[in-house]
Design a binder for this molecule. Structure first.
Ligand code: ADP
Ligand code: GLC
Length: 480
């Protein structure tokens, strides 16, 4: 198949979260399976300057209609491996910036213009290069307008650009809602400004456009696909999603086993396998040393790696300060984001020196060390569309402690519910739930045989993208 992915992040070029990992690994795997894959991503400074993009060539000059003006841009492209082409939609004014969406304080004020331009740039490229895709698959609100812009361009120019469009929801909490006055930049017909179009409480919702106008809508776990049809998780779009209930599926992400494999990982000090965990002990000692803890500490080491946001539930960990005071455990948090959460975590680390550490930065290598060196990985998310770290954890023999929501519930098997097959500990996303989870973890760690069996079962599970990508193939074939 000719498959086109369109996303605002792509590993290893630009990443703020799991979206980059998911799109990067999915597109690579589909290319390896023999499909002809093109991935569009904005030409952010980080991507254009990336060493792997050094050979990028200008493929097209763009002239994009944005309301009553035309804006120019370029499409650069390069091919990092057979069957895979990466296209960068560039316009310095929009994308030559330090980060994809904003400063630490706030989102860029022109994000709607940036991503309308991006989607239109993709459509124009498909048209001029006559790519004739079987599937055009957009990810998250930044690509929400893509399906309707694409069909509109087809009508306007009498061309076929794609057989089918697919839209993936990676996180319904981010919806791309902007003042309706920016709708004119889309050059779409006025009737789409209404309730059967992009209108959402008087504003324009790009996420809603994706859900309504794509041929297929999907998300990243079966449980999240059900959750977002309820008011508790739907963030106001549950009704809209309900109108697509027959089309919406949840496919679990895979993990990129070229990047996340303890047997070959070059970012950790020692490699290991389910058969020989000696290297894991070395990683553990190194991790403890790295944050100035005693490397010989024998009790439970709990790792956290995440964006510091409400979603990830770190306030529920903070509410359990008493546990970390009363129990001889170590907690190592790698994360940046919300400054208030960062401050609270810093205070906890200062109150419990030698026990709690915060590494407030984005650090790819450190994230591998935390996964490899911890005994437990804590992920008390309030909601989690899929989540990747709980899968990385299992692959690295690190027992996940996760809330029973979304993809976490779909990928971790609870040790109490299934003692023979369990790989982790699940709890409700509340402070009390986290307390229960931590207590269960401490008890498990005190039983070395049971703990090791859980580690090994986790390591033996198949979370590879090869398996996950087959499900996408079926979805595409079915849609076509
Ligand atoms: P989300 O996309 O909601 O942030 P996921 O679990 O899908 O959650 O993916 C998060 C990804 O981002 C993982 O690959 C994780 O290792 C990475 N990550 C998050 N915070 C950091 C950080 N501070 N340093 C390095 N990697 C991080
Ligand atoms: C989003 C979700 C996360 C998911 C990732 C990749 O960022 O928050 O749960 O794993 O997308 O699909």
């Amino acid at each position: 198949m000719k498959i086109v992915h369109v996303a605002s992040e792509l590993f290893p070029y630009v990443k703020t979260g799991g979206l980059a990992d998911a799109v990067g690994a999915l597109s690579t795997t589909l290319a390896d399976l023999g499909h002809e894959v093109t991935v569009f991503v904005p030409g952010y400074r980080a991507v254009v300057d990336h060493p792997m993009a050094a050979g990028a060539k200008r493929t097209l000059r763009l002239r994009i209609e944005m309301g009553d003006v035309f804006m120019s841009g370029d499409v650069l492209s390069f091919s990092p491996r057979p069957n895979l082409t990466i296209c960068l939609v560039c316009r310095e004014e929009f994308f030559d910036r330090r980060s994809p969406y904003g400063t630490p304080e706030r989102d860029y004020e022109d994000n709607h213009h940036r991503f309308i331009f991006f989607c239109k740039g993709v459509v124009e490229t498909l048209r001029f290069l006559e790519l004739r895709a079987d599937v055009v698959h957009g990810h998250d609100w930044q690509c929400g307008l893509l399906p309707v812009l694409l069909r509109h361009a087809e009508q306007r120019h009498g061309a076929t650009l794609a057989m089918k469009t697919v839209f993936s929801i990676h996180n319904i909490a981010f919806q791309g809602v902007f003042p309706m006055r920016s709708f004119y930049r889309t050059n779409l017909p006025d009737e789409l400004m209404g309730i059967d179009g992009v209108e959402f409480y008087g504003q324009m919702s790009m996420m809603k456009a994706g859900i309504l106008f794509a041929d297929r809508v999907m998300t990243v776990s079966p449980r999240y696909a059900r959750e977002i049809q309820t008011p508790e998780f739907g963030c106001g779009l549950e009704g809209v999603i309900g109108t697509r209930a027959d089309d919406i599926v949840g496919l679990i992400n895979g993990i990129d086993t070229n990047v996340w494999n303890p047997a070959t990982d070059a970012l950790i000090p020692a490699n290991f396998t389910a058969k020989d965990l000696a290297g894991k002990a070395a990683c553990r000692a190194d991790l403890l040393k790295r944050v100035n803890f005693d490397p010989k500490f024998a009790g439970p080491v709990i790792g956290v790696v995440c964006r510091l946001t409400e979603q990830k539930g770190l306030d529920l960990v903070l509410a359990n300060e008493a546990f970390f005071r009363a129990n001889d455990v170590r907690l190592i948090v790698l994360g940046t984001g919300d400054k208030r959460l960062e401050e609270e975590l810093r205070k906890l680390a200062a109150a419990l020196p030698g026990r709690v550490a915060l590494c407030a930065r984005h650090d790819e290598a450190m994230s591998h060390l935390v996964e490899a060196g911890s005994d437990f990985f804590l992920m008390p998310s309030r909601f989690e569309p899929c989540g990747l770290n709980q899968m990385y954890s299992q692959a690295y023999g690190t027992v996940p402690l996760v809330s029973r929501v979304g993809g976490l519930a779909d990928t971790v098997i609870d040790l109490d519910a299934s003692p023979e097959t369990g790989t982790g500990i699940l709890f409700p996303p509340t402070a009390k739930g986290v307390a229960e989870g931590l207590a269960r973890a401490a008890a498990l760690h005190a039983e070395p045989a049971r703990f090791k069996a859980a580690q090994i079962r986790g390591m033996q599970r198949d979370f590879s993208w090869m398996t996950a990508a087959r499900a996408y193939e079926r979805l595409y074939n079915d849609a076509i």
